[in-house]
Design a binder for this molecule. Sequence first.
Ligand code: HEM
Length: 504
Amino acid sequence: MEYLLVTFALLVASFIFIFSSYFRRKISNLSLPPTVFPTLPVIGHLHLLKKPLYRTLTTISAKHGQILLIRFGSRRVLLVSSPTAAEECFTKNDVIFANRPRFLAGKILGDNYTSIGWAPYGDHWRNLRRISSIEIFSPHRLNEFHDIRADEGRLLIRKLISECSSPVNFKSVLQEMTLNVLMRMISGKRYFGGDMKEEGKQFQEIIKEAVLLSDTSNLGDHMPLMRWFGMKELERKMIILQKKRDAFLQGLIEQHRTVDGIEPKNKKKNTMIEVLLQLQKTDPDYYTDEVIRSFVLNLLSAGTDTSGTTMEWALSLLLNHPHVIKKAQKEIDSHLGKSRLVDESDMSSLPYIRCIVNETLRMYPPLPLLVPHESSDDCVVGGYHIPRGTMLLVNQWGMHHDPDLWNDPERFQPERFESLESTKDGFRFMPFGSGRRSCPGEGLALRMVGLTLGLLIQCFDWERISEEMVDMREGPGLTMPKVQPLVAKCRPRPITHNLIALNM
Ligand code: HEM
């Protein structure tokens, strides 16, 4: 019997081996995608890559094709700019493209590729995603944290009422609010608006620098030779940042581990750090302090800039299109009357607010090239052979601005999302990515952004600081910040004082 089983297992293994080699040979007989001529020795196509990268890559794709194989130094890059090709990458090839390329930032700031955003596809990454989807992003947990978001929304309105006699810098106001929401969910702490502002500013700087240093276009990541020259300085900066941030986060962990030196007993584990420390007790070798630190940091750096910047772009667009504000105010007033502030639960009855958010994400997606992926095996995209180890860049900015996919794409027109057609085709509009590696924070981000915009529109009338339109140019940086932070004037609406009196 045993002999039969072994023979059967050997037969199955040989069959799988023969079949996969046959399949591999078939794939490798296909041709590679077209490239851009010429590919220069050593640098490949790096000389073509002016910043902002997503705009340059859009021009390259328009000229040479929507599926291209280019080279960043020694690295092969599959550049995809069509919804059908993106769909192939994130459906039938999703597992193959679920890896991340290994950049210096992932080694140092991603703690040797162990943080959720940098980890290769495998058991560790799956486990982090599982914990995050149960402990933070599940609808149940998001509902538990509802009060934090509602509270921060109300505090924001109050702050603006007291400061709106002069123009307000909305970049910092919105970034601070986002960080407060995430920090309260993660550690129960509120950094801005209380006496911890200095600590908050320090941490905000850490996140800002981490995002800056993680840029995809660091040369040394694509040209190994550069590591020995230009990368030393970058590496030094990353190591200094890593130490600063570890000290900060370790402090947070210690505060939760003990209270006056004594572990809190029977305390309900509520914040993210408390949940992770609880897991550490059951499996200390796996849930080390290092894993907890890098997990928390990754959530904060992935969530703060992206959400804050989206709100800032949305407000800027609204200031340049006052009729959209009026239409949204009308929708809110007729749904809520004059006695209740907007709540997250109203969003399904306020479709125009959702259209504004979608249209903002279409025009200014905070991660215009998503986050780079890497193939772990040979595969086929668009009928071309894509060798294992190829970095994938999906130019969603290019797709969001493609006149063949969107009518008059440079025009801000939230109404385009009123018809189901626009959101149905997920691969021409995917600000949160798609497939296994898509954004786990999408639900949280949409709640935060929708609620904040809803409140700002409901409670204030808006004005630009001059006759000139708000500057809509994009600045340098991973999350597509505005070149000029948004400064604007707002005035409480006649109904606002009543709303505040009834709801605060
Ligand atoms: C408007 C806000 C946001 C946008 C547009 C956004 C978009 C994205 C995109 C495009 C990706 C990469 C998908 C890919 O690799 O193809 C991503 C990844 C990620 N996002 Fe978000 N995000 C937002 C907010 C958030 C928030 C609030 C959090 C958490 C608090 C978060 C956590 C993450 C994490 C951890 C990853 C890495 C996932 C992985 O590699 O498995 N994001 N996000």
